[in-house]
Ligand binder design. Structure first.
Ligand SMILES: [Zn+2]
Length: 295
């Protein structure tokens, strides 16, 4: 695993920037869920945006991103924390279309152009922030741009890109978010707009082997990037048999007895990482005993 993310400042601290190479991380999600190329681009872009947003969190804060469009790929859900750990799934991973007329993966067709982008931040101590905007494009990056402007009132440039190999594995994945802070001059904004309009697609830069440092220099200007922090990123699911067991216990005695009577066991599967957990009859009976002694 060599994926990492950078947090940086530029233009006397009036521009905040984040860049990530997420190739291996998205590659792991692609392999776990056997994702086809168009769906892989949609999931990879959303995971990459999630990682960049995770870097805006503090301490043990977490966030969940949901992209719920009306396209055939179905909802995309991504969980991320401030430590570069991300997990995600797309509801119908085996979604793929012919390349668009521009020769690109047709993410918009898989995601759909109508629906919602929702961000839920878990800031600890039952403090939640929810922001929601309607999808404006279905291509994901433009939808996040809209989210930042409307929901967080921070003008932002968002670039997200995923390239897929002929065998469906991930060739390159990455992204950046550049945000204008209060105090940025019109001159700075003009320079930035020109630079961002002129640079190559992010997936091309990652595929060419550019590092997050080099990508930020391309976007912000050489010698203009003040890196604050480097964060290793990886696919990480925090599911466990104990968590699923607690969920089963929460269903109550009657439901558990039905599982025993009908199937003689229970199997739980994690949406995020596809891990399967089997609960044989004896363990289910143990749950019933626990419920009885607690009540
Ligand atoms: Zn899991």
């Amino acid at each position: 695993m060599s994926d990492y993310l950078l947090k940086a400042l530029a233009f006397d601290g009036t521009i905040r920037a984040y860049a990530v190479d997420s190739t291996d991380t998205v590659g792991e999600a692609q392999a776990k869920h056997i994702v086809w190329p168009t769906a892989a681009a949609a999931l990879g872009r959303t995971m990459t945006a999630g990682l960049l947003m995770g870097a805006m969190l503090k301490g043990n804060d977490k966030l969940t991103v949901k992209v719920e469009g009306n396209g055939p790929a179905g909802p995309i859900v991504v969980d991320v924390n401030a430590h570069g750990e991300v997990r995600g799934y797309i509801t119908n991973p085996q979604t793929h279309f012919e390349l668009s007329d521009k020769g690109k993966l047709d993410v918009r067709r898989a995601v759909g152009t109508e629906g919602m982008l929702t961000v839920v931040k878990d800031l600890g101590l039952r403090d939640f922030f929810t922001g929601q905007v309607p999808l404006v494009s279905g291509e994901i990056a433009e939808d996040f741009t809209q989210y930042f402007v409307v929901s967080e009132q921070v003008p932002s440039a968002v670039a997200l890109g995923v390239l897929v190999n002929p065998d469906n594995s991930i060739k390159a994945s990455g992204g950046f978010i550049i945000q204008v802070m209060p105090g940025a001059t019109d001159e700075t904004i003009t320079i930035l707009e020109e630079k961002i309009a002129a640079i190559e697609p992010i997936s091309t830069m990652i595929d060419r082997g550019l590092t997050p440092e080099q990508i930020l220099e391309e976007a912000l200007g050489a010698g203009n990037v003040n890196v604050l922090e480097k964060i290793d990123v990886k696919f990480q699911c925090n599911c466990s048999k104990e968590r699923f067991g607690n969920a089963i216990k929460g269903l109550g005695e009657k439901e558990i007895q039905e599982m025993i009577d009908e199937d003689g066991q229970a199997q739980a599967e994690c949406h995020f990482c596809n891990e399967k957990y089997l609960f044989p009859k004896e363990e289910l009976e143990g749950f019933i005993d626990e419920i009885r002694t607690q009540s």
